[in-house]
Design a protein around this ligand. Sequence first.
Ligand SMILES: *Cc1c(COP(=O)(O)O)cnc(C)c1O
Length: 476
Amino acid sequence: MHYISTRGNTPKMPFSDVLLMGLAPDGGLMLPKSYPKIDDATLTKWRQLSLSKSGYQDLAFEIMQLFATDIPKADLKALIDKTYTRQNFAKDEITPVRTLSDGIKILELSNGPTLAFKDIAMQFLGNAFEYVLKQKNERLTIIGATSGDTGSAAEYALRGKDNIQVFMMSPHGKMSAFQRAQMYSLTDDNIHNIAIKGMFDDCQDIVKTLQQDADFKAKYSLGTVNSINWGRILAQIVYYFKGYFASTDNNQQKVSFCVPSGNFGNICAGHIAREMGLPIARLIVATNENDVLHDFFTTGNYRPRSADKTYVTSSPSMDISKASNFERFIYLLLDKNPQQLSQLWTNVNNQQGFELSDLLDNIHNKFGFVSGKSTHADRIATIKSVFETDKDLIDPHTADGVKVARNLRQDGELIVVTETALPAKFADTIVEAVGKIDIPRPDATKGIEDLPQKVVVLDNDAKLVKAEIEKFVEPK
Ligand SMILES: *Cc1c(COP(=O)(O)O)cnc(C)c1O
């Protein structure tokens, strides 16, 4: 399988080259020329596989080997088996499904080390990066900015990996005690926490400044692990299949997935699973107050907002007003027309956005996308109602999903909501919803606030961050 760019101006590449990339050189996103199609007999075979004790790993191998064709099968299998363990994800099924009393199902994606769904892809990426770097005899210096979730998922995925150093910037004093403890308590030599005296946007600006310094970038082998990385999307396709098989008895049944969304990475994987032939009825995009995607899926108008017009909400990992993975879907919607796509993204970069209202029928019917929106009050009410009726605690992001699923559910429709984080990460909002209670915490995170922390605090200045990198990485 070869990969191409949505913008049409990047030579085709094999999987292992795409794995280490962020944006394509032409500014687009990499994807396979076409998605493989799965027939009914294969689905039946995979359904059987997915029920066994090593069901998740076996299914992951079947799916990923269709895309990672330049990695020897035995090596790919070893990477998958090393990643998806009970030790990493607390449960043998890796992503079990539970059912609420109103029939809505919850696909558990957040039992990994940082208690958010990003672990599922990041843990694989960490192992895959290490493998590919060794093959190519290369090294990588990952730089990133985080306000919490992404940075910790990246650090837990890359800690202790050979030939990889991680420099993660976070806003000094702006994260919760739990989030700080999660990141700063890592003592691995290759993990470097940098607290910047500034805001999250300042951290992000420093990453951009370093990335744009071509000399420095080449000399220190800088790279990133953001949500547009193809390897992350690929790893996420697996749990749509797993969730489907766990929720149905036969391939005639259809399932809709409702996905709390921000950068459109999670639901993009669902879209690809549907394109591959998984019997998904609808893909329901759930947004919070930052509703640019909801606007698009209801009107066909895409109007990304700037960072200063992004609301700070109680489902913070969805506080995004420009969906970085969206382009992979729009490319298909436009019948794979890179010229037209490039034109649309020129408008996005000019702060104008675009309108595709004449394609709404295809968006809804051919591709199955619909959307809904949830606000702080909805989130609180949903957490409370699920707690009261089911004695089940859901996190604020998952609550956005449940609220939208309840609103949009049609007669007889089976909806699976993806659980994108555990409530322990968002104690304040949980307490606001249900009062002061003991929020369950996985054993591995108990008492982490009391561990010693490793972090350097720097003024908001890219030069100081460069100096920090020079201290630990040999120049080329
Ligand atoms: C990242 C994240 C999301 C949004 O996922 P996207 O792939 O960006 O759409 C939702 N919920 C939680 C808890 C997250 O960490």
